[in-house]
Design a protein around this ligand. Structure first.
Ligand code: HEC
Ligand code: HEC
Length: 282
């Protein structure tokens, strides 16, 4: 068991008693609440400054529908109990919802910068932590889904790339349910990456750089930002280029991109039905 989980088990019962969300600033000097906030931020391993900014951004953009404390209201779900929020690691599940909204389901696309999204994610993590759900979640049975519905979803969404009798055969025997859920949600790492399959099983991100002379250099992406890109070619030689706007041309091919794009589409039941199904692939 992780040390912080142990701590959480000790602290959380006192925190649950005070239902209101932790908001920054406190109300009039040092009191139990302030200590609670500090403990919850530390426990959730979030940056206090991000939490403070996130509280403001949440109040301005989300509270009207999801409630001031994130516990939902008529027509908008409880985010503190949302399995999608509980499953989230570093915003990987929440961010796509905040980038695009769910316009067809009653959540318009919010107008947020990536920084604001990260801040709101930090605020949400502290809320779920302080309510005790994030720490107890690891011990809950993740198999609350319906395997039949999971199978139907698999056939509709995943079958183009995977097969239950091919590459994913036996996956339910290789991981416990919790690791398996992390594995299909975040095949490149996240929680499932730890103590899991060898990194070499992940197909690398490749890149092709086209110089102004027309020469093309391709290989495995080392790193890329607005100012430079570097790669290793098939002979493991290292190449690094300075970028200036669109020069040189940089084409990145991430085999996991379709996977990452799917993250924004899963609902809570989808996640749990899918895990319940994958567990049956023994
Ligand atoms: C106009 C009302 C409205 C606003 C504003 C709004 N939401 Fe939502 N949100 C919803 C509704 C309705 C759903 C349920 C959509 C569905 O059923 O898929 C939802 C779903 C979500 C989910 C997915 C929960 C789950 O378990 O699947 C998250 C996370 C979320 N909202 C976060 C936010 C955050 C953070 C903000 C502020 C940036 C925000 N929402 C603003 C109405 C809203
Ligand atoms: C566009 C293709 C594509 C789609 C669609 C797709 N995946 Fe994947 N998936 C991949 C690739 C590529 C990998 C990485 C495989 C590797 O590392 O060898 C992967 C990895 C995985 C892994 C990890 C396998 C392991 O052995 O650890 C699981 C589990 C998984 N996907 C499940 C799913 C599920 C469930 C869906 C549907 C909701 C889905 N995938 C949709 C391409 C896809």
């Amino acid at each position: 068991m992780h040390y912080w989980k142990l701590l959480a088990l000790i602290f959380v019962p006192c925190l649950i008693a005070q239902e209101p969300a932790f908001t920054p600033g406190g109300r009039g000097g040092p009191n139990q609440g302030d200590k609670g906030i500090t403990a919850a931020i530390a426990g959730a391993k979030e940056d206090p400054a991000a939490f403070e900014r996130g509280a403001k951004a949440y109040a301005a953009n989300c509270g009207g529908c999801h409630g001031a404390t994130g516990r939902g209201s008529v027509g908008a779900p409880d985010l503190v109990r949302s399995l999608l929020v509980l499953d989230d690691e570093k915003g990987i599940l929440i961010a796509p919802v905040l980038r695009n909204g769910r316009p067809d389901e009653g959540m318009p696309k919010p107008n947020l910068s990536e920084e604001q999204i990260a801040d709101i994610v930090a605020w949400l993590h502290v809320q779920t932590y302080s309510a005790g759900h994030r720490s107890t979640y690891a011990f809950m049975d993740v198999l609350t889904g319906d395997a039949k519905k999971g199978e139907a979803y698999f056939n509709a969404t995943c079958k183009g790339c995977h097969s239950a009798t091919g590459d994913l055969k036996g996956i339910g025997a290789r991981y416990d349910a919790f690791a398996l859920q992390a594995r299909w949600l975040q095949p490149r790492g996240g929680r499932g990456g730890r103590g899991g399959a060898s990194p070499s099983s992940n197909k690398p991100v490749t890149v092709t750089v086209t110089l102004s002379s027309g020469e093309k250099i391709s290989g495995t992406l080392d790193r890329v930002d607005d100012f430079s890109v570097s790669l290793r070619d098939s002979r493991s030689d290292y190449h690094s280029f300075t970028r200036d706007g669109a020069t040189p041309k940089v084409e990145i091919n991430d085999p996991m991109k379709p996977h990452t794009d799917l993250l924004g589409k899963y609902t809570d039941p989808d996640i749990h039905n899918m895990t319940a199904y994958l567990v049956t692939l023994k």
